[in-house]
Unconditional design. Structure first.
Ligand SMILES: [Zn+2]
Length: 164
């Protein structure tokens, strides 16, 4: 296996380690409510994951999936404290980056990315919350081997419909 494949294997081993508290994640086929993954709903939208694909340098579906799984390991085994910012950053460093074989840089501006609608909803786990729908181009920068690449995801109401 490549170093990146090894990292993904090890992450799944960690998530399914029966000697530790169980990590439970709901996978949705295609969700408007969830953009890639919802930390608090412990949910991943598999259509958003697959939209990123495997054809690009710096980013991949597996890197995105690794990010969401690592975030849930940290959230759930950390006692559901809900320190999203901390768990999100750790998921980038110890999940996404290792599986992508690149380094995700700090967030950059995404001027066209905006809230287009919101509504209240009772989710399948019983939690009530606000669904916020976002559209526009969401920009990221990744670094590898002295190169920096900007990747833009085209989002239409929380669904990834393009990658540039
Ligand atoms: Zn995150």
């Amino acid at each position: 296996m490549s170093t990146e494949q090894d990292a993904f294997y090890n992450l799944l081993k960690e998530a399914t380690d029966v000697s530790k508290p169980q990590v439970s994640i709901t996978l949705l086929e295609d969700s408007e409510e969830v953009f890639v993954g919802s930390y608090f709903l412990q949910t991943i939208d598999m259509k958003d994951i697959s939209a990123v694909g495997t054809s690009r340098d710096f980013v991949s579906s597996s890197g995105l999936l690794a990010h969401e799984i690592k975030e849930q390991i940290l959230y759930q085994r950390g006692g559901f404290k809900g320190d999203f910012g901390k768990d999100h950053n750790n998921a980038i460093l110890t999940g996404e980056n290792l599986v992508n074989g690149s380094i995700r840089m700090p967030d950059i501006p995404s001027p066209s990315f905006r809230l287009v609608n919101s509504y209240d909803k009772t989710f399948s786990n019983g939690k009530v919350g606000k669904v916020e729908l976002y559209s526009g181009l969401l920009n990221f920068q990744y670094h590898y081997g002295g190169k920096i690449n900007t990747i833009s995801l085209l989002i239409e109401k929380n669904n990834i419909i393009g990658l540039y």
